[in-house]
Design a protein around this ligand. Structure first.
Ligand code: BTN
Length: 308
């Protein structure tokens, strides 16, 4: 994992040539520690050259730890080639007290979706989980999914794709096929959120042949290669803004919602709710106008139906 000090050294390198003695002074580190951090950055793929000016950053990894370089959000990246599930890893870190960490993997062997479903995670996708410790009551924890879904729309936009949201957490491509999703998990204590893990799975630079039927990818939509580093950064930067006021993302969620105004069937633990989805309330629950009257649904699987 890039620790905050290593991140500070990387931030300095991104700004321009680094004089190790001056940086050591600024970061209140011994000069050999700066050299050690540079070595560690090289070991994970950063090309740092020693020049007359000091250290100069020549190139950053195309993905993985490259997401940290130039990231305009206070997260520290923990990048892996392969993990079972970034959410599992992030949950462990959260339980151990971590905050503002992003666990990222190039592929997952046991990626999870909502309700214990499998999440196909071939190489080329964006699979990441963010550990946050928001100041938020447990009753409003569901809003984090909406905030993350809007951030995911903005991540797709960074690749030139106009995505929409199916309540509560699905990201759809322009043709309505599934492009990605958000898996939010949390621990609450005394009515407050202690930690939340927001997992994003986005079919990014993936050939549609590698995806389950009915799914699409940013690459399939644009017809070209996708800069996953930029996509992941756009998600994290947007999420960083939105996590401070998750309810503030509801207007943007409504604007991007494919569900509102549609006939839906929501499969809930208490049975199916069928009707027209009219809005979301201040907790993110879906409001459905049914033949038997209005219903409010906070948990469930939503299916868009053809109009009758
Ligand atoms: C869904 O649509 O059900 C949500 C899918 C979320 C998948 C992501 S991939 C990164 C993170 N790690 C996981 O195991 N799941 C989430």
């Amino acid at each position: 994992m890039l620790n905050p000090r290593r991140r500070a050294v990387l931030d300095a390198l991104v700004e321009g040539p680094v004089d190790p003695a001056a940086l050591a002074d600024r970061l209140e580190l011994p000069p050999e520690a700066v050299v050690g951090h540079v070595e560690a950055l090289r070991a994970v793929g950063f090309d740092v050259e020693r020049t007359a000016a000091g250290f100069e950053l020549r190139s950053v990894p195309a993905y993985g730890y490259g997401v940290q370089a130039g990231l305009d959000a206070p997260f520290v990246v923990d990048a892996h080639d392969e993990l079972a599930s970034t959410n599992d890893e992030a949950r462990e870190l959260a339980e151990a007290g971590a905050a503002d960490v992003v666990v990222l993997a190039d592929e997952q062997t046991a990626g999870r979706g909502r309700r214990g479903r499998r999440w196909a995670s071939p190489p080329g996708g964006v699979y990441l989980s963010v550990v946050i410790r928001p100041t938020l009551s447990a009753a409003r924890v569901g809003l984090l999914v909406h905030a993350a879904a809007v951030a995911a729309v903005e991540a797709a936009a960074a690749a030139g794709v106009d995505a929409t949201i199916k309540w509560p957490n699905d990201l759809l491509g322009p043709d309505g096929a599934k492009l990605g999703g958000v898996l939010a998990e949390s621990r609450t204590t005394d009515g407050e959120v202690a930690w939340a893990v927001l997992g994003l799975g986005l079919n990014a630079d993936v050939d549609s042949g590698a995806l389950p039927p009915g799914a699409t990818s940013l690459r399939a939509v644009t017809g070209g290669a996708v800069d996953r580093r930029r996509v992941a950064q756009a998600f994290l930067e947007s999420l960083d803004e939105r996590r401070r006021d998750p309810a503030g993302s509801l207007p943007a969620w409504r604007e991007r919602a494919a569900t509102l105004g549609r006939r839906v069937r929501v499969t809930t633990p208490d049975g199916d709710v069928v009707g027209k989805a009219v809005d979301v309330d201040e907790t993110g629950a879906l409001l459905v106008r049914t033949d038997a009257g209005p219903r409010r649904v906070s948990v469930g699987d939503c299916e868009h139906l053809r109009p009758v």
